[in-house]
Design a protein around this ligand. Structure first.
Ligand SMILES: C[S@@+](CC[C@H](N)C(=O)[O-])C[C@H]1O[C@@H](n2cnc3c(N)ncnc32)[C@H](O)[C@@H]1O
Length: 204
């Protein structure tokens, strides 16, 4: 499989990420929600390349993507990560406590539709990876707080291919957001076929 080849030929992740992956597989019901080593490293690369200092993530789960992005933050950088699930958040916090850069992460528990309003801007880089029904709302709220030239990465924007024939509600939301972004004069966007589709957006 090309995914395996891609993983094999990317820089290996630190042991902490392997441990988190194993624990997530063992104790959560939907471990596939984790971004994994290739997309995780891609997010780290984006934070490194943009020199982002103020990062926002919507959708912490057990903390894999938050740790990857935080590992790229400079001194004084901070990553806010939002989730409402207390059980998976506890695992995330445990691993944030083990990482040398974990003190740069600020987990915020609660419904992200509300907690996003408490995150201080301007945001340099944002990763949206939570409930699809609220993707448009998250996009608009993040865009308001994003600095000009800032970047948003939206995950699952190909939704296992269902965007080609959107029938259920989530597929329709994602398809219409893809259409909206492609015509949005406030931004420049590119929809990448990495994993389940990553829409990269740069605010003008
Ligand atoms: C796909 S997972 C995130 C995966 C994570 N980025 C990673 O790589 O490990 C989506 C997360 O969004 C959270 N979520 C869903 N709806 C939410 C909401 N309204 N407010 C806050 N979190 C929400 C879920 O609890 C879940 O942990």
């Amino acid at each position: 499989m090309l995914d395996d080849y891609s993983k094999l030929h990317s820089t290996k992740v630190d042991g902490l990420f392997d441990a988190l992956r194993k624990e997530t597989n063992a104790v959560t019901s939907r471990p596939e929600m984790q971004v994994g080593p290739v997309e995780g490293r891609f997010l780290r690369m984006l934070v490194l390349m943009t020199g982002a200092r103020n990062v926002l993530e919507i959708g912490t789960f057990t903390g894999y993507s938050a740790l990857m992005m935080a590992s790229a933050l400079p001194e004084g950088g901070v990553l806010y990560t939002l989730d409402r699930d207390e059980v998976t958040n506890k695992i995330a916090r445990k691993y944030f406590g083990k990482a040398p850069f974990g003190n740069k992460i600020r987990p915020i528990l609660g419904d992200a539709r509300e907690t996003i309003k408490t995150v201080p801007g301007p945001i340099d880089f944002a990763f949206i990876d939570a409930d699809k029904a609220a993707y448009d709302l998250y996009y608009e709220e993040v865009l308001k707080r994003l600095r000009p030239g800032g970047i948003i990465a939206l995950d699952n924007m190909l939704w296992s291919g269902n965007v080609l024939n959107p029938e259920d509600e989530d597929s329709k939301v994602i398809d219409s957001l893809n259409r909206k972004i492609s015509k949005d004069a406030r931004v420049e966007g590119v929809l990448l076929t990495v994993r389940d589709g990553i829409m990269l957006v740069r605010k003008n």
